[in-house]
Design a binder for this molecule. Sequence first.
Ligand SMILES: [Zn+2]
Length: 225
Amino acid sequence: MTEQTEAVTRDNGPEPFRLGYCLLVSAIGIAGIIAIALIDQYLGAETRSIPVIAAMDYVAHLATTFILLAAFLRVVSYYFLAGAVVGSLILDVGHIPILLSDIEFTQITSRPSSHSLLVALVFILPILLARGRYQALFVGICFGNAFHLFRDAATGGIPLWWPFSASSVELAYAPYVMTLTIFALMPMAGAFIAKSNVSVIMTDSSRTHAKPDQSPREQQNQSSA
Ligand SMILES: [Zn+2]
């Protein structure tokens, strides 16, 4: 494992395929999807105050990030997770100048130029310069940015190609929800696959002696003993 990979993943956390844990994460993920759907319905029903829009949209963004990382929560580093949380919200800083300049704020369908690919790519530069944990932090920020753009594209559109084009890039809402559903169910599916002893990450040597509910790391330890 390279130094960069070690910074993004962590090797001292609990095992990723415990059935109870995975069921809990998937259940929280499904609850998150329901919450997101209710939030979007609430925000889309009629004009809401800016603080309400901001607060509820932040909750939906954080829920989106949690769901898309649900299957990887126990293997990615805390620095990566912290970066993903920051990245899932930071692009909305672009709303502040608009609010301060008294330009009309039109629900969550109006996104500033901070929601562009160019701005998101700026965060890749620190990845090239930083090392270790800080590199993991910026990798997490980039993932968070991508998740943020994904949700905003599905809930009104984003100026993805700014400044080269002012057109709004939009995704349908249904694929957004379907993607979240797939990712939310991944922990549960992974646990059942591991429990069925058909996990593709098992090594040949551990496959022979593995117990159905053993994690890959336990199987590796057993085979090397
Ligand atoms: Zn946004």
